[in-house]
Design a protein around this ligand. Structure first.
Ligand code: SAH
Length: 264
């Protein structure tokens, strides 16, 4: 099978760019994303993310609730098909538990004419990479990412993936650990992780990384409590090899590059 992908430059007419705003700090917005935002006639997204795009003449901001992803995706595609220059924003990277898949799903199910719409996905710095960098290098060996929200998948599947990830000794980044709508899930997730791997693994709670509200905390899995996370937290559970070095100039949490028994 051979697929022909679109060029990475926008075409002259209407276009749709699905853009990642990064974890929060302005300097972590890519120049490419900033350029798309500067050229846009319309910006769509969950309202706190749309608020991060400054208002200016000629820009229409369409903010919506976070459960309305498919509706938002269809509206954005419609406007791009009609010749507008449309940006859909996500936090972090738009391909990580965010709008890029929603737009692809809408295109996949949409009318034939949508096949002509110029669609580009512009990457951003995702929460786990920003959090890992602040703490050191906990994702320096093999790792995986799991979304703990069970809005779009059954809880049994989340538990199975958690167990298998611990068994495979991945470091594990947990997105959407805890919300008001799902108060019990994260407690259960911690219990599953402990059952599968014991209590010794190190856990990083990284909240609102790169924003003025940033908080970083490292505890063992035995000490980890559900209240340590909220919706602005990404949790990185280390592998069995992840270590914490305490240094006067600042601690470093890292996972060695080599598996146990390999030469350095
Ligand atoms: N597309 C986003 C993820 C959206 S899911 C990305 O690539 O980062 C929303 C979850 O991302 C939050 O519940 C939290 O787990 C994580 N998250 C987003 N921004 C964060 C930040 N600045 N600090 C810590 N976690 C963050």
């Amino acid at each position: 099978m051979s697929a022909v992908f679109a060029a990475s430059r926008p075409s002259a007419g209407g276009w749709l760019a699905i853009v990642g705003l990064g974890p929060g700090a302005d300097e972590l917005l890519t120049p490419q994303a900033a350029q798309a935002l500067a050229q846009a006639t319309d910006v769509f997204g969950y309202f706190p993310y749309v608020e991060r795009v400054p208002q200016r003449p000629g820009l229409v901001r369409h903010a919506s609730d976070n459960r309305e992803e498919l509706v938002r995706a269809r509206q954005a595609i419609e406007l791009a098909a009609a010749g507008r220059q449309v940006v859909v924003v996500s936090s972090g990277d738009p391909g990580v538990f965010a709008m890029a898949s929603a737009v692809c799903e809408a295109l996949d199910a949409g009318p034939l004419a949508w096949g002509e719409v110029d669609v580009r996905v512009l990457p951003g710095i995702t929460a786990m990479l920003a959090a890992a960098a602040r703490a050191g290098a906990p994702l320096g060996h093999d790792f995986c990412a799991i979304n703990l929200s069970d809005n779009l998948k059954p809880w049994a599947l989340i538990e199975r993936r958690l167990r298998l990830a611990v068994e495979a000794d991945f470091a594990i980044a947990l997105y959407n650990p805890r919300s008001k709508a799902r108060p019990e899930g994260f407690a259960r997730a911690l219990q599953v992780l402990r059952e599968a791997g014991g209590g010794a693994r190190l856990v990083l709670f990284a909240r609102a990384v790169t924003t003025p509200d940033e908080q970083l905390k490292v505890v063992s899995l035995a000490e980890a409590r559900p209240e340590m996370a909220d919706m602005r937290t990404v949790v990185i559970v280390g592998s069995s090899q992840t270590r914490l070095i305490e240094r006067p100039a600042g601690a470093l949490l890292y996972t060695p590059r080599s598996a146990p028994g390999m030469p350095e």
